[in-house]
Design a protein around this ligand. Structure first.
Ligand code: RTP
Ligand code: MG
Length: 192
């Protein structure tokens, strides 16, 4: 899914020197992450967020809310009719959920890899599910599984664009080389 793109050179970059060999840079993406009720109840919000922050993914939106049943049903509509669907909806509306948007080059796939396999019991050590969970259903986190899902899920959980922040982390020029630095997204002018 990594797309080849022309190197994005940032003049006067104050970050560390880039490597001598230009490499393919994954596309700048946003992805929706949910910290499920088990993560909140078990006091794991901080440690899970820390995994994403430590990796270099940027949090551009963040809130804690008990979401309404219809919203969660829409979110998991692909699983409607499956034996676990009702339990899943009940679980996901049983208490507060942390909802956030992560941004970064290749953020969708990177986030899924940091989460680990769906079954926490089988997820690799080093992943969030592999390190913190034992269960298939209570598996701590959700992450969008594709660009299409991410767009749909972000609009569902963050319908108000004012909740989504444009900001530049102070350490960004150290997380990425100058060629990899995410290009600022163009801001649409009113009426266009
Ligand atoms: P998620 O959507 O939450 O990020 O998880 P996923 O892609 O890894 O897994 P998915 O197949 O989309 O399943 C959605 C969630 O439903 C629960 N589940 N329980 N008991 C079961 O057989 C079963 N199967 C799925 C899990 O909470 C899973 O994350
Ligand atoms: Mg899924």
């Amino acid at each position: 899914m990594f797309r080849s793109s022309a190197p994005r050179i940032v003049p006067n970059s104050t970050g560390p020197a880039s490597g001598p060999y230009p490499q393919e840079t994954p596309t700048l993406e946003r992805t929706l992450v949910l910290l499920k009720p088990d993560a909140v109840q078990r006091g794991l919000i901080g440690r899970i967020l820390s995994r994403f922050e430590s990796k270099g993914l940027k949090i551009v939106a963040l809130k804690l809310q008990t979401f309404p049943v219809p919203l969660i049903k829409t979110h998991y509509a692909e699983h409607k009719g499956k034996p676990f669907y009702n339990d899943l909806v009940g679980f996901m509306t049983s208490g507060p959920v942390g909802a956030l948007i992560l941004e970064g080059n290749g953020a969708i796939e990177i986030t899924r890899r940091l989460m680990g396999a769906t079954s926490s019991a089988k997820a690799d050590p080093g992943t969030i599910r592999g390190d913190f969970g034992m269960s298939f259903s209570n598996n701590l986190v959700h992450g969008s599984d594709s660009a299409v899902s991410a767009k749909r899920e972000i609009a569902l959980f963050f319908p108000n664009k004012s909740e989504i922040n444009r900001w530049t982390p102070a350490n960004e020029t150290w997380i990425y080389s100058s060629e990899e630095l995410p290009a600022p997204k163009a801001t649409k002018k009113k009426g266009k």
